[in-house]
Write a protein that binds this ligand. Sequence first.
Ligand SMILES: NC(=O)C1=CN([C@@H]2O[C@H](COP(=O)(O)OP(=O)(O)OC[C@H]3O[C@@H](n4cnc5c(N)ncnc54)[C@H](O)[C@@H]3O)[C@@H](O)[C@H]2O)[C@@H](O)CC1
Ligand SMILES: [K+]
Length: 249
Amino acid sequence: MLRSSFKTLSAKAAAQLDQELMSTGAFSIDQLMELAGLSVAQAIYKQYPPKKSCNNTVLVLVGPGNNGGDGLVAARHLKLWGGYDPILYYPKRTKNQLYSNLVTQLHDLDVNELESVEDVKRLVSVPQAGVDLIIDSLFGFSFKPPIRAPFDELIRYLAENHDKIAPIVSVDIPSGWDVDKGPTDLDINATMLVSLTAPKPCAARFVDSSAEKIHYLGGRFINPKIAKKYDIEELVDLYEGNELIVKFV
Ligand SMILES: NC(=O)C1=CN([C@@H]2O[C@H](COP(=O)(O)OP(=O)(O)OC[C@H]3O[C@@H](n4cnc5c(N)ncnc54)[C@H](O)[C@@H]3O)[C@@H](O)[C@H]2O)[C@@H](O)CC1
Ligand SMILES: [K+]
């Protein structure tokens, strides 16, 4: 599949598909999130395998919705597989059993949390010893710009310091971008994007912005009927064998 020619799902279609999976499709959100987060962790392992020369500290920026949940799941798998040392920044907790369960699972694995955006700034700015990779699981297909507090300061910091900090892997959408239109004036400059189910229109802007951008597809849970209905059969067909991810090259 050519890296810049792929089917996309608009923000509206992605939300509709998500609802359909969880209503007539009879999936639970826990199931979908587990598969989505697992594919994010697999894409990270494939692209950034743990190195012997560093701690492989992965800062996981967790947003208030399901995109944040994907990041929590990915953090658990990376920690369980060994080699990575995830640390969370989760400033706006969703009061819901699903999220508190995901956090408990991470605490049981001794995954620590940062308390404030100042802590984030301090950690990411330490050369070598700080953070080796950042997972941006702040916002996904339900984000509508402009960005509001408390995330505005964080996104602005990432945008203004992208050349000094570790590579950013964005889950589904580069946070701060308009899902359908692409970059806004606050661009965190992600290096890698893991699109879930199908790339959103902004993914085309992402890969077109530089030949260096890395793009994966994950979230392998779409049955042929739904794929046909949403005209994404060619994406579903890209997965090989038992793979949960595909890299666009
Ligand atoms: N079908 C799929 O592909 C699946 C997608 N999942 C994930 O779910 C995501 C979508 O999750 P949600 O619909 O919960 O939404 P998001 O996680 O995209 O974000 C919604 C949250 O962001 C807040 N928000 C929106 N605009 C904001 C702004 N301008 N400033 C500050 N806060 C803002 C909202 O108040 C809400 O709390 C996807 O992108 C994907 O990562 C998976 O978890 C499950 C299956
Ligand atoms: K994101």
